[in-house]
Write a protein that binds this ligand. Structure first.
Ligand code: UDP
Length: 248
């Protein structure tokens, strides 16, 4: 099955390679594609908030960012093939961009870091060192005020970017993308949360052990205990998957 419905959201049933291929297909065909990357918390947020549910559903591709969504799909007996972490998909796109396939614009995250430049600028520097040949088409921090959006969009469009990474956190990035996608020339627009922080090294991804054991959420909770409120949505989501019967 191409798509699998989890609590009313149509997830793409893809491996990482297939997600990449499908996303690149939109660029090749010149069609615009918005990708959101909901994890279990975000699906639960959508279950609890109808307007956010509609916003998430407006994406052309939904990929399951975390192990929680895949677990729920198995409990509901319509298993998704794999978790496809947004930041890994983003890095694969960066790698292919370094080979000259297309250009990427980084938008989001803090305007300054301890080292000085913005997180987005540092992310660009690190990625160009890791993938020689890579250079972002442009970048902007994520604290632009609404009266600066016209200039920002002009900047994104004139950069000639084929892909736009929007890293403003949930639900701000989904709202921003839905509101402005029609004015953006980039073919692929992806909501990617803290990905630029990971690229810049200002936030560390969990060590391999946590990733393999599907415990990235636990590592994140240890590092950022203030996320506990949000994370309580995870068990709620799993209970929902056990007890709620969906028609398809
Ligand atoms: N952020 C931003 N603009 C804002 C609020 C947040 O650019 O007005 C950035 C923030 O600096 C961080 C990212 O959005 O880089 C949120 O990352 P997080 O990992 O919390 O994302 P989520 O888990 O919500 O997807």
């Amino acid at each position: 099955m191409d798509k699998i419905k989890i609590r009313g959201l149509e997830f793409d049933n893809v491996t990482m390679d297939e997600a990449l291929e499908k996303a690149e297909g939109f660029i090749e065909r010149g069609e615009q594609c918005v990708i959101f990357t909901p994890n279990a918390e975000i699906v639960q947020m959508a279950i609890e908030d109808e307007s956010f549910h509609a916003l998430v559903s407006s994406a052309d591709m939904l990929i399951p960012d975390g192990a929680g969504v895949v677990l729920a799909s198995k409990i509901m007996k319509k298993p998704l093939k794999a978790k496809v972490p947004g930041c890994e998909l983003a890095e694969r796109l960066v790698k292919n961009s370094a080979e000259g396939k297309y250009k990427i614009f980084f938008y989001g995250s803090k305007p300054t870091t301890e080292a000085g430049p913005s997180v987005a600028e540092l992310a660009n520097k690190n990625m160009s060192e890791k993938y020689p040949g890579f250079e972002a088409a442009g970048f902007s921090h994520g604290y632009v005020k609404p009266d600066g959006y016209d200039a920002l969009i002009e900047n994104i469009n004139s950069s000639g970017a084929d892909i736009l990474f929007v890293c403003l956190g949930v639900p701000m990035q989904e709202k921003w993308i839905a509101e402005h996608r029609d004015r953006i020339n980039a073919k692929l627009i992806i909501g990617l949360g803290g990905t630029l922080d990971v690229f810049a090294g200002t936030v560390k991804r969990a060590p391999k052990f946590f990733v393999k054991a599907n415990l990235e959420w636990l590592y994140r909770l240890i590092k950022e205990p203030r996320r506990i409120g949000r994370m309580m949505k995870l068990p709620k989501f799993i209970f929902g998957a056990i007890f709620i019967k969906e028609k398809d």
